[in-house]
Design a binder for this molecule. Structure first.
Ligand SMILES: Nc1ncnc2c1ncn2[C@@H]1O[C@H](COP(=O)(O)OP(=O)(O)O)[C@@H](O)[C@H]1O
Ligand SMILES: [Mg+2]
Length: 260
């Protein structure tokens, strides 16, 4: 396995008024790996994602993606550099088809602008063609051919999550951020999602950073795990090391493990 660092988070802090949501958090995601950030609800996991993909400007600290300092860049800029994410509470257009949602995920590739003065420019036509090919590949990969023309809002929750994963993949990210990818799923949907996450990592080679409050699933699929509680890292290591760490066990027992 390569030793290149894809994402280096250094002493990241994010405060909202008096709330220290994330406090001097550091971790490194190595290229080609699956890294999990876990912690009880309210620990600061989604806030970390919002800092990485430019929704929030951190109060302190730096984030280096490959060789570029992305701290304080806007979310479009960060997406263009190759970071895509899914959201804890799905971010899809429910009244649009699966196909169109995936095409939208491709949007930042559309440099030519789709329509100029009522007709497609040559460059736009080429981009549109490439987008459709890519999106069809993803539909195949995620096994959602049968619903490609259906409205997203009409689909079961587990499939909607898969579509959202497809929307993120359509951007062809180097780093994929997954915010609680299996929350609210039943056992079968969870098993499917886990398989797709592993396939994306192994077959496409995408580096993955995921956050989860439930320790179970991530332990099976992650190369490395960091645990945060109240915005502070309390442990890091292999899944095996972390799962037997008394400080981690205490953090989970102390807080309970409810869905929010
Ligand atoms: N935009 C915001 N404004 C104020 N407080 C926030 C905001 N976003 C998150 N927080 C607070 O930061 C803490 C961490 O939240 P969050 O990152 O959503 O946790 P997690 O994803 O681990 O459940 C919580 O106390 C939450 O209320
Ligand atoms: Mg969250």
């Amino acid at each position: 396995m390569t030793e290149a660092v894809t994402l280096n988070v250094e002493e990241l802090s994010m405060r909202f008024g008096g709330i220290h949501a994330v406090e001097a958090l550091s971790f490194q995601v190595m290229q080609g790996t699956i890294f999990a950030l876990i912690g009880p609800n309210g620990a600061g996991k989604s806030t970390v994602f919002n800092c990485i993909n430019g929704v929030y400007r951190p109060s302190a600290g730096r984030m280096i993606f490959e060789d570029e300092d992305i701290t304080g860049l806007g979310s479009h800029r960060i997406a263009r550099l190759g970071i895509a994410r899914t959201f804890q509470n799905l971010a899809l257009f429910r009244n649009m088809t699966v196909l169109d949602n995936l095409l939208l995920g491709r949007n930042h590739y559309l440099n030519a602008g789709p329509i100029r003065g009522g007709f497609l420019t040559r460059r736009a036509r080429k981009e549109e063609h490439e987008a459709r090919l890519k999106v069809e590949q993803i539909i195949d990969f995620l096994e959602i051919e049968s619903v490609r023309k259906q409205f997203v809002g009409s689909l079961p929750f587990g499939i909607q999550r898969r579509v959202e994963l497809g929307r993120a993949l359509a951007a062809e990210p180097k780093l994929l951020l997954l915010d609680e990818p299996v929350s609210g799923m039943n056992a079968e949907e969870t098993e499917d999602m886990v398989r797709f996450i592993l396939d994306i990592n192994e077959e496409i080679g995408t580096t993955i950073l995921l956050v989860e409050h439930d320790m179970g699933v991530v332990m099976d699929i992650s190369d490395r795990v960091a645990v945060i509680n109240f915005g502070v890292k309390i442990a890091e290591g292999t899944p095996q090391e972390v799962s037997v760490n008394p400080v981690v066990i205490e953090a989970y027992l102390g807080k309970g493990d409810k869905d929010q």
